[in-house]
Design a protein around this ligand. Structure first.
Ligand code: NAG
Ligand code: NAG
Ligand code: NAG
Ligand code: NAG
Ligand code: NAG
Ligand code: NAG
Ligand code: NAG
Length: 439
């Protein structure tokens, strides 16, 4: 069935036009755009941001931005694959290998470029690059963290409820094995990998004397690939075993009264959900606050498409969404969100994705959250618009709502990690300091 069966062709054209121009328009963004395609602009900014912590070099990313045409997802992948191969060859060159800083930064960068190459590939689950690029990014990252002053340690933690194994990386802030330090537990959301977390939070936390453990659960990149499972709503089944692990295995190094959880991007939902069931956390940080996943996902499709879903016409909805995707009528961001969402939630049908998304909301658990919560909000947030305030309102005096604006106003403060981490660590110091005074 054709889209025009439901609404007139003219209206359909307007709807598609609105979606495409809106998602492409970089006019309202706070920085010089690196592409007319706002999705590409955002991806280039991620790659550039990681340069702060050795995860990229700036000119090669700008060169990719110069070469790539808006909307060409396949070329995006090939261009970063080429850069990743080049950087990997530099890392493997024995001439560079005597210097641990060379080894660390070059492998971190190669790893990051392999991740960028993977980003837009998930429309076809059988594409062998989905796994082969990931094997490359993981191997490159392992070489980089082995070259840190205190090497990162890969850990696998069996879940107690559910049939999966959590993938984690432990980073100690001190060589002294008997010094109890504050510790961050860090998790992502919809798409980012725990390898990304090193550049978003870990390097900055280690420099401030915080230990870190990053983790991945079901639906996250490595577990989706290796264990073949999509997201689960019961995120406490992922975070609680991680907290158990550090309190048991790293008890000499972890200050159990200063344990904080960070959820990045849609991980702002996952972390809040887990925090509701995990009283051992002294604080939680949501970058940003997510109240209702279905409401956010709905924004990625046109109101007309969502009306078909809401009316219960699931078969028509699936046909329309998939045929628009195939015909290249969705914006880059909507096309990516659909491709990636179907893969990460392990369903082939758009209605399956939207059905599942309804299970991921805070309404029923928010009352159980007892610790102080930092709730981030971003001026240019495209998906979770208005939701941080909903989370903060529901948490009442436990919440600190912080709106990042201007050049720090991109989703997850991409491009402004200094401002992000400055804000977070000041809040943690103030919040956990107050708790010490009380006790
Ligand atoms: C907007 O993005 C689409 C693909 O999503 C692309 O085909 C089109 O050329 C872009 N428009 C501009 C002005 O860059
Ligand atoms: C990267 O290198 C691999 C071999 O390791 C090769 O198969 C692939 O085609 C290269 N990719 C690009 C874009 O050059
Ligand atoms: C998906 O990828 C596989 C493996 O490369 C290929 O055989 C298949 O034709 C692709 N499917 C589509 C619909 O492009
Ligand atoms: C757990 O998963 C493994 C591998 O996917 C499977 O072989 C096993 O049967 C599962 N066990 C249970 C109890 O579901
Ligand atoms: C849903 O489908 C029915 C017939 O199958 C149709 O009458 C109705 O208009 C559709 N609703 C929407 C919102 O497309
Ligand atoms: C989505 O939910 C509706 C309503 O419960 C159901 O009829 C439909 O089969 C579901 N679709 C999928 C793919 O699970
Ligand atoms: C933590 O807060 C205290 C009290 O306000 C202040 O003296 C100290 O400099 C802060 N430390 C850091 C690392 O921010």
């Amino acid at each position: 069935m054709k889209f025009s069966f439901y609404i007139s062709p003219l209206l359909a054209a307007l709807v598609l036009c609105r979606q495409t121009t809106e998602a492409n328009s970089t006019d309202n963004e706070p920085t010089l755009p690196l592409s007319t395609d706002s999705a590409f602009n955002f991806n280039f900014l991620i790659a550039l941001s990681d340069a702060l912590t050795g995860g990229s070099d700036i000119a090669p990313v700008l060169a990719a931005a110069k070469d790539l045409k808006a909307g060409d997802m396949a070329s995006f992948s090939q261009r970063f694959y080429k850069l990743a191969n080049y950087t990997k060859a530099q890392a493997e060159n024995p001439h560079n290998a005597g210097d641990p800083i060379n080894v660390r930064d070059t492998w971190f960068s190669a790893s990051q470029y392999f991740r960028r190459a993977d980003f837009y590939l998930h429309g076809n689950w059988s594409n062998p690059l989905i796994n082969s690029l990931w094997t490359e990014q993981t191997a490159a990252f392992n070489k980089a963290i082995a070259a840190l002053p205190i090497p990162g340690q890969r850990v696998r933690i069996p879940a107690k409820e559910g049939n999966f194994t959590i993938e984690a990386i432990w980073y100690a802030a001190s060589k002294n094995q008997n010094r109890k330090l504050p510790t961050l537990v860090i998790g992502n959301g919809f798409d980012a990998a725990q390898e990304d977390s090193y550049h978003y939070f870990v390097a900055q936390a280690l420099a401030r004397g915080w230990n870190c453990i990053t983790y991945e659960g079901p639906g996250h990149p490595t577990i989706r690939r290796e264990q073949n499972i999509g997201f689960i709503p019961e995120w406490e089944h992922v975070v609680t075993p991680v907290v158990d692990y550090i309190l048991l295995e790293k008890s000499d190094m972890v200050d159990k009264d200063r344990l904080a959880l960070i959820g990045n991007s849609w991980g702002g939902f996952l972390a809040a959900r887990a925090a509701a069931f995990e009283p051992r956390l002294a604080a939680a940080i949501l970058i940003d606050g997510v109240w209702d996943t279905y409401a956010g996902f709905s924004i990625t499709l046109s109101p007309e498409l969502m009306a078909i879903y809401e009316a219960g016409n699931y078969t028509q909805f699936d046909q329309e969404v998939l045929s628009q995707r195939e015909a290249g009528k969705l914006s880059t961001n909507s096309a990516w969100a659909l491709d990636y969402g179907l893969w990460a939630f392990h369903t082939h049908l758009p209605s399956g994705l939207f059905n599942q998304s309804k299970q991921y909301g805070l309404r029923d658990v928010v009352d159980k959250i007892r610790m102080p919560v930092f709730v981030g909000d971003a001026e240019f947030e495209p998906t979770w618009i208005g939701q941080p305030k909903q989370v903060a309102d529901a948490l009442g005096d436990k919440a600190t709502l912080h709106r990042f604006t201007g050049t720090a106003g991109y989703h997850c403060q991409t491009g402004a990690y200094q401002e992000l981490t400055r804000t977070i660590f000041c809040w943690l110091n103030k919040t956990l300091g107050k708790m010490e005074e009380k006790s």
